[in-house]
Design a binder for this molecule. Structure first.
Ligand SMILES: N[C@@H](CCC(=O)N[C@@H](CS)C(=O)NCC(=O)O)C(=O)O
Length: 292
């Protein structure tokens, strides 16, 4: 359609459309640990993750290790950050867990116990439901939920974050990140509602599990969990969407779109209405980074 609008402002509904058209993929979740080797040993031996890459940035006094169940171009992975000399972090009350799908949670728990892992909830059906799960704690105290399910292409399947207003958060992730509400479950007996947000079928891909506990609107963030990174095909258009959505629902852009000095990967980052950080990363720049 011919347009004579020239430099006029693009109507907000057209700006918002981009998030729905854009192609997204969960890339990695970033968090801080007190001893990289200790965590690498735990994740490889207890969870069966692979160490995918490591990098040391001495000028900035930190190192990273990337681990997951498959290569980073097609799998969601964890990016561990070790800050020189910092061996302890506060996880806060808002962060829930990461989840790993396993075909036999009972056996996995026994293996983890035998290796000295801390089991904080024995395997069995979830309270108020049938899904079989267990909880274990990693060496820094991050909780991992182990969920029983059939073979899956992506065992690293959830990031659970607690939020103060579920409807607001669902709208935010739908509008700002183009996610879909895949499933929501209200569990009045245990006074919580959860919403699974993502880009593909829940049992084949990673989701953000948002948890609302009845009446709880505030949590502490601590300084341990950092952010989730999601790919986009255009950080500039994505940032324009996020900017509009934050005006309606809260949250804020913390880094305007553009290349990271030195690396040249284009990113934009923002906080959701509860203060959870999301980074949108240019997909082709990200793939180039992996080639190095
Ligand atoms: N109050 C809980 C609400 C979320 C919740 O209870 N989730 C379920 C899993 S979907 C759970 O952890 N159940 C514990 C159990 O079954 O032992 C929280 O904030 O973590």
């Amino acid at each position: 359609m011919a347009s004579s609008t020239g430099e006029e402002t693009v109507p907000s509904e057209n700006v918002l459309e981009w998030a729905q058209k854009d192609k997204h993929q969960f890339l990695h979740v970033v968090y801080r640990v007190g001893d990289l080797d200790r965590t690498i040993k735990f994740y490889t031996e207890c969870f069966g993750m692979k160490l995918l890459r490591k990098r040391d940035i001495p000028e900035e006094k930190y190192s990273n290790a990337f681990l997951g169940f498959g290569p980073e171009d097609s799998h969601f992975v964890v990016e561990l950050t070790y800050n020189y000399g910092v061996d302890k972090y506060d996880i806060g009350t808002g962060f829930g867990h990461f989840a790993i799908a396993s075909e036999d949670v009972y056996k996995l728990v026994e293996d983890i116990r035998a290796k000295g892992g801390k089991i904080t909830r024995e395997p069995g059906p979830v309270k108020g439901g049938t899904a079989v799960l267990a909880f274990v704690q990693d060496p820094d105290g991050y909780t991992f939920e182990l969920i029983q399910r059939g073979p899956t292409p992506e065992p690293l399947c959830q990031i659970m974050l607690r939020v103060g207003d579920l409807e607001r958060s669902i709208k935010f992730y739908e509008k700002a990140c183009g996610m879909k509400l895949l499933r929501s479950i209200d569990n009045p007996d245990y006074k919580y509602t959860i919403a699974m947000m993502g880009y593909a079928e829940e049992y084949e891909s990673t989701v953000i599990e948002l948890t609302y506990n009845y009446g709880v609107t505030e949590y502490t963030k601590g300084n341990a969990y950092a952010q989730v990174a999601i790919s986009t095909e255009d950080v500039y258009r994505s940032a324009a969407v996020v900017d509009l959505v934050t005006k309606e629902l809260g949250g804020k852009i913390t880094r305007q779109p553009g290349p990271i000095p030195g690396i040249n990967t284009k990113i934009t980052s923002f906080l959701d209405p509860d203060g959870w950080k999301v980074v949108l990363v240019d997909h082709s720049d990200f793939l180039k980074e992996l080639e190095v």
